[in-house]
Design a protein around this ligand. Structure first.
Ligand SMILES: Nc1ncnc2c1ncn2[C@@H]1O[C@H](COP(=O)(O)OP(=O)(O)O)[C@@H](O)[C@H]1O
Ligand SMILES: [Mg+2]
Length: 505
């Protein structure tokens, strides 16, 4: 009997892959089958083991168990060059380009033997860009490029090396909606020419829009395969999280008349440049104001001037009727600001201190972590127990060091701490970045609770779905200025994306 090769014969099979790191099972019993000429999505929450599996397929990591079968043959990849040799390439989450070289030089670097360095290399590069619709100028320095162009270059680099299978690890995490559309156009062109793509994401809309097959991972293993033609977002999300998700609450307005936070003409000039330029807005009691923007457009500085970590060059900041422009950070906290910082590892937590000591951080002058001038250990410990309970922080005990907790649990602890002491304003910077889906839902619930309790809430986020889901009003920041006010009930991510990149007027 001779088996007829059908179009569905697998291109790559990962069979029973396992990978352990000290104290962590990153992958176990992983099975994935990739058909030729398809976009195969690999979805799963943070820490599910997606990147580890892809690094194994690309020869960066060696598996402890299992087999990699390419075109019916068992392969052992000792390094990425073994994977490249059979046509597998990978674009990592963090790009690896030399800023001080041109686009073409970056592409050719390390692959001189393939297409030379002169006119032939240039022709190959230009042809590849034209064929798959990649908009790239070969002669500009990479330091001039934005994130989306850097990503295009990384993909062309992999194609230049002859890849037929391209692994893209969370490629859309750094893109605005318009850039995602452009990337998807490129991916469709690649697929049409017979390439296979492994697309990693946890954004289910994107996965359903682009993929032919879906594999879901949870806790290091594959828990399901789905057909995007019939799968729903909810089914996929439940496979990812492994339990029922809380349903989104119906958003009734809780906005009251009293203004809690007001910024009037606030500017921050650094050197010659206004990083914040005449910012004015008000947040009322019970209102969530969302700030959307491409990272680096003044969001960080805006939070810093409100928190007193930087001092406004001009303008005034008023909290609950009180001019706090000249206050120290501590005085602002005492006046009722809770603050969930952008980088929880650098500013939100002492990773090598136990949870109960982290409860005191930033709250060392107030009850229950202080009694008069003294730190109140017992008070802090007791209140940490309350936060762990109320905010569902999964930890062996309050004496566990913060470092041992997952990102989601660290963030729940911070939110719990910042909500204590009756704040009137909560500032949450990227509150769910890098946390798992379950913790994300919990944090959203806590923000909605704060809103219902009458706090004013300022949310800064790069996740437009998050802003639309949480906010009563959305402001877009671009080059230090507020450039548009949007109603989350009617605005689309594409409209926000246009405003964020200056395409809106
Ligand atoms: N080099 C490593 N050393 C130790 N642990 C690791 C390493 N790489 C990944 N892990 C752990 O393996 C698990 C899976 O991680 P990863 O594959 O990055 O997941 P994902 O990409 O789905 O977020 C996580 O618990 C992570 O901390
Ligand atoms: Mg990953």
């Amino acid at each position: 009997m001779v088996a007829t090769q059908t179009a569905a014969a697998p291109l790559i099979e990962l069979r029973g892959i396992g990978k352990r790191f000290p104290g962590v099972v990153a992958n176990h019993d992983v099975d994935v089958t990739i058909r030729p000429g398809t976009v195969h999505a690999l979805v799963g929450e943070n820490g599910a083991g997606k990147s580890t599996l892809m690094k194994i397929l690309y020869g960066v990591q060696r598996p402890d168990d299992g087999a990699i079968v390419v075109d019916g043959t068992d392969k052992v990849f000792r390094s990425p060059s073994d994977a490249i040799a059979v046509g597998i390439g990978m674009v990592f989450q963090h790009f690896m380009l030399a800023d001080n070289l041109t686009v073409l030089e970056n592409c050719v670097l390390g692959a001189e033997k393939l297409h030379g360095i002169g006119g032939r290399a240039r022709r190959t590069f230009v042809d590849l860009c034209a064929r798959f619709g990649f908009d790239l100028d070969p002669d500009v320095l990479v330091e001039e490029l934005g994130v989306a162009a850097r990503q295009r270059l990384e993909i062309v680099k992999v194609l230049y090396r002859g890849a037929k299978v391209i692994i893209l690890d969370e490629p859309t995490a750094v893109l605005v909606p318009q850039e995602v559309d452009a990337l998807f156009d490129n991916l469709r062109d690649l697929r049409a020419s017979g390439h296979s793509l492994l697309f990693i994401s946890h954004k289910l809309d994107e996965v359903l829009a682009i993929s032919d097959d879906i594999t879901v991972m949870r806790r290091g293993t594959t828990v399901g395969h789905a057909d995007p033609a019939t799968a729903t977002k909810r089914q996929l999300a439940e496979l990812m999280v492994g339990s029922e998700l809380p349903s989104p609450e119906t958003a009734e307005s809780t906005v009251q008349e009293t203004v809690m936070l007001r910024l009037d003409d606030v500017s921050l000039v650094e050197g010659e440049r206004a990083v914040l330029d005449a910012i004015s807005f008000a947040i009322h009691k019970g209102e969530v104001l969302g700030i959307a923007g491409v990272e680096g457009n003044g969001q960080t500085e805006l939070v810093e001037v409100i928190m007193g970590l930087a001092h406004a060059t001009s303008g005034t900041i008023t909290l609950d009727g009180e001019d706090i422009t000249a206050y120290t950070t501590r005085a602002r906290r005492e006046a009722g600001i809770g603050y969930v910082p952008e980088d929880r590892h650098r500013h939100g937590l002492l990773l090598d201190a136990p949870l109960w000591e982290n409860r005191i951080l930033g709250h060392q002058t107030r009850r229950p972590s202080a009694r008069g001038p003294w730190i109140d250990r017992a008070g802090a410990r007791q209140d940490t127990e309350r936060i762990v309970e109320q905010y569902d922080v999964r930890t062996p005990s309050i004496d566990t060091n913060a470092r041992a907790l997952s990102g989601g649990n660290q963030q729940k602890l911070i939110v719990g701490r910042e909500m204590s002491g009756d704040p009137v304003l909560l500032i949450a910077s990227h509150p769910t970045r890098g946390v798992d889906v379950g913790a994300q839902a919990a944090i959203w619930d806590h923000i909605r609770e704060a809103r219902r309790a009458g706090l004013a809430v300022l949310v800064i986020s790069a996740d437009l779905d998050e802003l639309i889901g949480l906010s009563d009003t959305i402001e877009v920041i671009l080059r230090g200025r507020l450039v548009g006010t949007f109603d989350p009930a009617t605005v689309t991510p594409a409209e926000l994306g246009a405003a964020m990149t200056g395409g809106h007027d």
